[in-house]
Design a binder for this molecule. Structure first.
Ligand SMILES: C[S@@+](CC[C@H](N)C(=O)[O-])C[C@H]1O[C@@H](n2cnc3c(N)ncnc32)[C@H](O)[C@@H]1O
Length: 378
C-alpha cells in the first residue's frame, strides 16, 4: 500500500477547519486548508479510512492533476499527460462532469468532452486498445473543475455524498444535512457521558450524529463507496479499514441523549432513523413542546436547529419560542447551549449575548451558530 495519493476532502463553506481537524485526527499530516476543501497526501489506504471516518466532509476526491489551462489544446494535452492508467482500469467506466468559474474555458460541455477524449486516448495507448474502450467495469466519476484558469482533475472516491450515512429512512420538512449536524456536535465540548438534548429534533439528525460520535461509530459503516471496486486499492486496505472501524466502536459507552419535538410523526421518524443507524433505543425520543422542556441534570448540552421563522406568518411564533428557550435556560447556567438559526435577532430574543458565534451555511441559508458556554458544576 505504498502508492501515495493526494486526496481532497470537500467541505461546506465554514466547515473547512473542522474537516481539517478530522483529517489530522485520522493521523494524516501536511494537511492544507483551502476554500471549500482540505487537501492531504497519504498512502492509498487513506481512501477507505477517510470515506469511512470523516463526519463533516462532503466527499473524498482523488487528485489526478492540476494545471493552468487557457486553451482547449492546453486542456487536452495536459490531461492526456496525466497517469490515468494508475487509477482507471482498461474496462473502467468514466463519465466526466465539470464546472468552470472565472475561467477562459467557460463552456463546461466542451471541457468535459475534451477531457473525456484525452483520457480515452491515453488509456487506449497505455492498454494497447485499437478500437473502443468497453467501459463495462468499475465506475470512476472524473471531474474537471476550472477556477481562474486552473484546471483540477479529480476522481470521486465516495459515490453518493458522505452525508448519506444510510440511516435516513424518513425526514421532516427541513432536515439538517448529517455532515452539518455532526459539525454542530463536534464544535461543542460535549463528552459522551454528559446529558445531551435537542428539543427541536425533527427527524433526529443531531441526536443520532451525537450518538455515533459518542460511541465512536464510523459514520460510513452502514454504506458503500464508489472506490470499493477499484483495483488499485488493495482489498486488504478496505478490510483493515472496516476492521478498524469495528475495533474502535465503543458500544459500551453509556449515552444520555434525548431528542424531542412537538410533532409526534417526526418522533416516529426519528425513532426509525435511529434504529436504522443501529442505535436501538440508545437515544430517548419524546413528543414534547419546547415550553415543557426542563433540564433535570446539571452540566448538559443543548444543541439544536429550531425553526428559523423564514416563512410568512411563522415569525412571531418562532420569536416566542426563542424567548421561551432563553427563560428556560436562564435557570440552568451549568448547561451549554448551541443554536443554529438564520434569525438575526436570536440573541436579543434569547436574552443573552452568545459566548461565541460562527457563520455557517445550512444549504443556501446563511445562519449563525450561537454558542453559550455553561459554567460547569464539579
Ligand atoms: C428545522 S426543524 C429541525 C430539523 C432537524 N434538525 C432534522 O434534522 O430533522 C425544526 C423542528 O422544530 C419543531 N418544532 C416547532 N415548534 C416546536 C415547539 N414549540 N416545540 C418543539 N418543537 C417544535 C418542528 O416540528 C421541527 O421538526
Amino acid at each position: 500500500m505504498d502508492q501515495q495519493v493526494t486526496l481532497i476532502a470537500t467541505a461546506a463553506m465554514g466547515l473547512e477547519a473542522i474537516v481539517s481537524k478530522e483529517v489530522k485526527e485520522l493521523g494524516y499530516e501536511n494537511v492544507q486548508v483551502e476554500n471549500g476543501r482540505v487537501v492531504f497526501t497519504a498512502d492509498v489506504s487513506a481512501i477507505p479510512r477517510a470515506n469511512l471516518w470523516l463526519r463533516t466532509a462532503d466527499r473524498v476526491k482523488l487528485l489526478v492533476g492540476k494545471f493552468k489551462a487557457v486553451t482547449f489544446d492546453d486542456l487536452f494535452e495536459k490531461t492526456k499527460a496525466l497517469p490515468w492508467e494508475n487509477f482507471i482500469t482498461e474496462d473502467g467506466e468514466f463519465p466526466v462532469v465539470g464546472k468552470s468559474v472565472k475561467s477562459k474555458l467557460y463552456s463546461v460541455p466542451d471541457c468535459q468532452s475534451i477531457v473525456k477524449k484525452a483520457i480515452v486516448e491515453r488509456l487506449k495507448k497505455k492498454y494497447g486498445v485499437a478500437s473502443w474502450l468497453k467501459e463495462t467495469g468499475a465506475f470512476y466519476r472524473v471531474e474537471i473543475a476550472l477556477h481562474k484558469d486552473e484546471a483540477l482533475l479529480t476522481i470521486d472516491t465516495s459515490g453518493s455524498g458522505l452525508h448519506k450515512r444510510g440511516y435516513r429512512v424518513g425526514q421532516g420538512e427541513a432536515p439538517l444535512k448529517e455532515t452539518l449536524a455532526a459539525a454542530l456536535v463536534q464544535v461543542t465540548n460535549w463528552h459522551p457521558d454528559e446529558p445531551f438534548v435537542d428539543p427541536f429534533c425533527g427527524s433526529g439528525t443531531i441526536a443520532i450524529e451525537a450518538a455515533l460520535i459518542g460511541q465512536n461509530i464510523a459514520p460510513g459503516f452502514n454504506r458503500e463507496f464508489a472506490s470499493e471496486d477499484w483495483s488499485f486499492i488493495p482489498q486488504k486496505a478496505w478490510d483493515e479499514a472496516f476492521q478498524e472501524a469495528e475495533d474502535c466502536a465503543n458500544y459500551d459507552q453509556p449515552l444520555n441523549i434525548t431528542g424531542s419535538d412537538i410533532d409526534p410523526d417526526l418522533i416516529d421518524i426519528a425513532k426509525n432513523n435511529a434504529m436504522e443507524a443501529g442505535l436501538g433505543d440508545l437515544v430517548t425520543w419524546k413528543q414534547m413542546q419546547l415550553r415543557d422542556f426542563k433540564p433535570k441534570q446539571e452540566n448538559g448540552y443543548l444543541v439544536s436547529n429550531p425553526p428559523y421563522g423564514e416563512r410568512m406568518g411563522e415569525r412571531p411564533e418562532v420569536e416566542e419560542m426563542y424567548r421561551d428557550l432563553g427563560v428556560i435556560m436562564r435557570d440552568h447556567p451549568s448547561w451549554s447551549v448551541y443554536v443554529l438559526t438564520s434569525h438575526e435577532g436570536f440573541e436579543k430574543l434569547y436574552g443573552k449575548e452568545a459566548t461565541k458565534k460562527r457563520k455557517l451555511f445550512n444549504g443556501f441559508i446563511k445562519t449563525d451558530y450561537y454558542q453559550y458556554f455553561g459554567k460547569k458544576i464539579r
